[in-house]
Structure formats: structure tokens, C-alpha cells
Write a protein that binds this ligand. Structure first.
Ligand SMILES: [Zn+2]
Ligand SMILES: [Zn+2]
Length: 266
């Protein structure tokens, strides 16, 4: 199995729904199920992933843009769900999900086929939200969205990430003058909200980086951000910080309705 590349496919990203697939050889995991079951299945088909090779669904937290398709998916497929206890409790309040399918995440690592998964706490207004690291061969995948700040603990979990799905949710200026109610603006910008473009760039500058890494900038707000702002802010900050975009880092944008992929080395 060791000569299969690790692949990360962001099926959907943004406030309308999030779902990512991490794959190595025949092993695949789904991270978040915030789009319809039909779209998840179509995504798997497009990527030629057999549903029976999906080892588990990881749920970061219970907000609807991360679980909207979960109920329907679990009705069709007996795939285990990995999440924190408190998150599962919240999910059960929102939808009919079979209890036996939960595997609570505790400390330590989980071996799922040829992938090893670890979780870490993030800072978001949900019951017990997590980010994940996925290890496979020489690659380290990190999925970090829906966090208001990057704590030292989170930063330590990013070390040497080669394939990174990182939130770049809002531009502070667009948020400030945008259409949201004041309380919502405050929520987004708070320590329990989301990462701005600046914070995403700072994260990339502060973390211990490998010689080459790929990044998908994810969970972009439709109202308070756009790809031009993301590219300019993050691009400028990275260049100022001495990062050679291209040779050292490949950047892509996650999209609401388009699969964006990163393929690791073999
Ligand atoms: Zn959220
Ligand atoms: Zn979200």
C-alpha cells in the first residue's frame, strides 16, 4: 500500500456546506457531511471511490454546514461516525441518527486502513469542536476550519503538514461593512468564530513548514470575503514573510460546488 499517494479532495467548502475526502490506496475517510447525501455519493463516484472503502466519517462539530447530509447518508450506509461525545449528543438533538454508529473520539490515534487519524481541540462556538491530522506514508494532512483563533496547542499540531485544508473565512473590512447584523459580525470575529484571511496567513507563517506544502484555503464566507481578497492578503503576507509561493507552497481555493484536490507524493 505504501506506494499509493495520499489524496485530499475538498468536495464542498464554505458556509453552505463542507465535506472533504482523504484517501490512500483503497482506504478513504470522509471529513464532515455538510452537503446532501446525494452530493457526497456523486463526489465519491467522480473520484472512483467505492463507498465500501469508506472507513469512517469524521465530524468536526454539529453546525449544519458540517452535518446536513449525515442523517440520510447513515440511513443508506452503515459507516461508523467518529466524533466527540458532546458533538454526537448535539447531533442527536437535530436529526435521527443510529446510536450504534458512533465511535467516540478520545485521545490517541485511530488506525483506519492505511490512514492514521488524530484529533485536536479548536476554538469555536460548538459543543466540542475538533480539527484533525491524518497521517499516511510521508504525508501529513491537517484539516483546520471553524476556529476563531490558532492557539499554541493548535499550532503545535500543524508542524510539518504537507497537505493543509485551512480556513480563510473573512476579510475584516468586508465583514465590518458587510450585511451581517452586529451580533453576527461579533460572533464571526470572536475567538469562538472563524479565521480571517490575515489569521490564515499568520498561521502559515508561524507553523513549522516542510520544504513543500500544498494548501486549500477553505470555508470562505460568501458575504464577507472573495477569492481576490484571499489571494491578495495571503499572497502579500506570505511573500513579505519570505515564503516562495510556487516552489515552497501551492495555494488553491476551496469552492462551494467544485471538487478541489491535493495529491501527495508517492
Ligand atoms: Zn461552525
Ligand atoms: Zn462551518
Amino acid at each position: 500500500m505504501s506506494d499509493y499517494a495520499v489524496e485530499v479532495h475538498v468536495l464542498a467548502s464554505g458556509s453552505k456546506g463542507n465535506c472533504t475526502i482523504v484517501k490512500k490506496g483503497k482506504s478513504a475517510i470522509i471529513h464532515d457531511a455538510g452537503i446532501s447525501c446525494r452530493r457526497i455519493i456523486n463526489g465519491l463516484k467522480a473520484l472512483h471511490i467505492d463507498i465500501h472503502h469508506v472507513e469512517g466519517i469524521f465530524i468536526s462539530h454539529e453546525h449544519s454546514d458540517h452535518i446536513a447530509g449525515l442523517e440520510q447518508f447513515l440511513k443508506k450506509y452503515d459507516v461508523p461516525v467518529y466524533t466527540k461525545h458532546d458533538t454526537w449528543r448535539e447531533i442527536q438533538d437535530k436529526m435521527m441518527v443510529p446510536k450504534h454508529q458512533l465511535i467516540p473520539i478520545t485521545k490517541g490515534s485511530l488506525q483506519l486502513g492505511s490512514l492514521t487519524v488524530e484529533s485536536f481541540d479548536v476554538s469555536h462556538d460548538a459543543a466540542d469542536p475538533i480539527g484533525i491530522n491524518v497521517f499516511g506514508g510521508r504525508e501529513k494532512v491537517t484539516i483546520l476550519t471553524d476556529t476563531g483563533i490558532v492557539t499554541d496547542n493548535i499550532l503545535a499540531r500543524l508542524d510539518d503538514t504537507t497537505l493543509f485544508v485551512l480556513e480563510a473565512n473573512y476579510d475584516p473590512h468586508l465583514l465590518r461593512y458587510g450585511p451581517y447584523q452586529p451580533f453576527l459580525k461579533q460572533r464571526v470575529a470572536s475567538d469562538l468564530g472563524h479565521l480571517s484571511n490575515e489569521m490564515a496567513a499568520q498561521t502559515l507563517l508561524m507553523m513549522r513548514r516542510p520544504e513543500f506544502m500544498q494548501v486549500i484555503l477553505a470555508h470562505r464566507s460568501e458575504n464577507n470575503n472573495n477569492t481576490v481578497c484571499v489571494t491578495q492578503t495571503i499572497g502579500n503576507m506570505l511573500v513579505d514573510g519570505g515564503v516562495k509561493i510556487g516552489p515552497e507552497m501551492k495555494l488553491q481555493h476551496g469552492q462551494p460546488n467544485e471538487i478541489i484536490s491535493m495529491i501527495g507524493k508517492r
